[in-house]
Design a protein around this ligand. Structure first.
Ligand code: GLC
Length: 635
């Protein structure tokens, strides 16, 4: 029985007893499927593209395959070297100004566009500017930030996801940008992975549904002014590496790769996604033992499967300097990757060396011209489908509009739908309006902890609440609902009996990518302050409602035992009122776990709460005292 059928069987048993946990059905694939894209080939467009390519020099072609970081390239570079794309990485802003205004963003984008229009090419080709707006336009001060994907997965609401994709696209257009490196379609199998929160679910079929909805909302067929190019990432199997090691080794069988890790791509390609980002991870076929190496050099999966069998006719972008991890390659020189199927190279800083080295590779025959022409054809196809020719960034109706950067009601709804109630005893919840509340915990008034990674900065660190001007912390939201609120992060010296109830807001501090990798899921080992504050306020005759903000499910039985109610809030983003809407009863809980909740710090045990679990006011449940195990080193 494959992992998928085991998972579906498990889901089946869970859904039988949970009844309301819908179980998506999918046929077990025996080979990689051909996917009919929502965006069909256009013969007239193809003829136009072929003509343009035939008139391009080699250097112009390689220029189109080059993506440079905005802090390392000028408009003059764009013009001189025919650069086809730029990106701003996490924590990169125009002129390195963290508080760059929309005007600054749009001005920079217009500058790049104008430069591309003044090259000596026969046909001037505009650029694609890519950004990681992975939970709203995270790089931009003042943007609404949605819950990270792990929370959205708990909402089980593809319609909501489509709206979030569309709202994020408009926000990105407000800054003159036309490409988003999202959605992440990882099917996360080990939550010790630092990017767990970028995944929607451990259920492959939910990832497929979400992929389709997100791409349709964000990109669609480019018929709306707000649409931007979307990216299915990271192809393939980023969420299934051994021990959850970021950029590590996925040892799935090919059957599991296609039936588990491929599902999101079937949804995204079906919705017409135009770009795919390759994964840093590697693949060894767990069934045959064949080592395919790094994804960025895997011609079988990048070309034979993705472009051949699945029929993907957009382009593949590499990840940040990822090709430098291939044997014999440098960040700026890797013919193996291009021959394997990478069409555009994210070579943020050494883009000039990339151009020179790749021109030389084609001249030496290390890279056939046919491969270059295929890559450039794909890039031009996406640019034409995206309607960026003749579209100066500031001419977009959303350009410069602060209103396009905001979607607070939508985000507030997403927060409410994402919350999962793990425990609620003694009628601790809903809170009574006007109650006298003691708020404790390090995360109650921390918009940094509330938004997590990919928020203003790459890691989500080095931010103050002032960096989120259009946001409500949980503390702000509680103050708006309750009568008399006192906040003490550690509750030191506070007489709890003076209050009607306690709300403790605890959790993880921000991280992104490899920095978030852990070896053990025991929360209090990493954050002892969270246990300490609950020990201070618990057992004092007042109900304790704990809200945990985290990018993954964690082993927290010790914390749950000290709480009368326990809410998994994930990484909610800027809209803290989405939490209090539910805590104070305006809305009921509707979220259910999209990942198993662990019963120990190391994987491999039966879950404490299984995928699909979630209580509500309408459907209460009793948890009682949970067993607490001493932390151990995971194997
Ligand atoms: C990062 C991430 C990728 C992101 C890219 C550009 O390393 O792996 O998800 O899109 O670089 O920021």
């Amino acid at each position: 029985m494959s992992k998928l059928s085991f998972r579906r069987a498990l889901l089946g048993s869970i859904s039988l007893c949970l009844l309301f946990a819908p179980m998506a059905q999918g046929e077990e694939l025996k080979d990689w499927p051909h996917i009919d894209s929502a965006i069909k080939p256009d013969a007239a467009m193809e003829a136009k593209i072929a003509k343009i390519v035939s008139q391009m020099t080699l250097r112009q072609k390689i220029g189109q395959m080059t993506q440079a970081e905005i802090k390392a390239v000028t408009p003059e570079d764009i013009r001189k070297h025919y650069i086809g794309s730029v990106l701003n990485g996490g924590g990169s802003w125009p002129y390195m100004m963290k508080h760059a205004t929309l005007k600054d963003w749009v001005k920079m984008s217009d500058g790049f566009y104008d430069a591309a229009m003044t090259t000596d090419m026969k046909t001037k080709i505009p650029l694609l500017w890519g950004t990681d707006a992975v939970h709203g336009h995270g790089n931009v001060i003042g943007a609404t930030l949605f819950p990270h994907n792990i929370g959205l997965g708990a909402a089980h609401d593809p319609e909501l996801i489509g709206e979030i994709g569309a709202a994020t696209a408009k926000a990105v257009r407000a800054t003159g940008i036309n490409w988003v490196f999202a959605p992440t379609l990882a099917v996360v199998e080990d939550q010790r992975w630092g990017r767990t929160y970028e995944g929607f679910s451990s259920d492959p079929l939910e990832v497929k549904d979400y992929a389709s909805a997100y791409v349709t909302g964000m990109q669609g067929d480019f018929s709306k002014a707000g649409n931007v190019v979307a990216t299915a990432k990271h192809y393939i199997g980023d969420g299934g590496t051994h021990n959850g090691k970021d950029q590590g080794l996925n040892m799935s069988s090919e059957s599991d790769l296609m039936n588990i890790h491929g599902q999101g791509y079937y949804g995204a390609l079906g919705a017409g996604v135009q770009t795919v980002m390759a994964s840093y991870s590697s693949w060894t076929d767990g069934a045959t033992g064949k080592d395919y190496g790094k994804m960025h050099g895997d011609a079988y999966l990048l070309t034979d499967v993705l472009k051949g069998k699945m029929g993907f006719d957009g382009f593949v972008i590499s990840d940040w300097n990822a090709v430098g991890q291939l044997p014999g390659c440098l960040n700026y020189h890797c013919p193996q990757a291009i021959n394997a199927g990478i069409d555009m190279m994210m070579v943020p800083l050494e883009w000039d060396k990339f151009i020179d080295a790749t021109v030389a590779d084609v001249e030496s025959g290390a890279i056939p011209m046919s491969r270059i022409d295929d890559a450039v054809t794909r890039i031009l196809r996406v640019k034409m489908r995206a309607k960026i020719f003749g579209a100066r960034p500031s001419s977009n109706p959303y350009a410069g509009k602060m209103s396009a950067l905001q979607a607070r009601d939508l985000a507030r709804r997403a927060v409410s739908e994402s919350l999962v109630l793990l425990k609620n005893e003694g009628n601790a919840l809903p809170m009574k309006k006007g109650a006298k509340i003691l708020v404790v915990g390090k995360s109650a008034d921390s918009l940094g902890n509330q938004t997590g990674g990919w928020s203003v900065t790459w890691q989500g660190t080095d931010n103050a609440n002032a960096d989120f001007p259009n946001a409500d912390s949980l503390l702000t939201a509680i103050r708006a609902e309750a009568g008399d609120v006192t906040y003490s992060a550690d509750a030191a010296g506070v007489d709890v009996s003076q209050y009607d109830a306690v709300i403790a807001v605890i959790g993880e501090t921000p991280y992104a990518e490899t920095a978030g990798d852990i070896s053990n899921l025991t929360h209090t080992t990493r954050y002892p302050e969270d246990l300490k504050v609950l020990q201070t306020v618990s057992g004092k005759g007042r109900p304790v409602v704990t809200v945990l903000e985290s990018g993954r499910t964690v082993y927290a039985n010790d914390l749950i035992n000290l709480s009368d109610a326990f809410v998994a809030a994930w990484l909610p983003g800027t809209e803290g009122k989405g939490v209090t809407d539910v805590l104070f009863g305006a809305k009921d809980f509707r979220g259910t776990l999209s990942f198993d909740w662990p019963s120990a710090g190391c994987p491999g045990q039966a879950p404490q709460f299984a995928l699909g679990y979630g209580l509500s006011y309408a459907k209460p449940g009793t948890v009682g005292a949970l067993p607490v195990s001493a932390p151990v080193e995971c194997k």
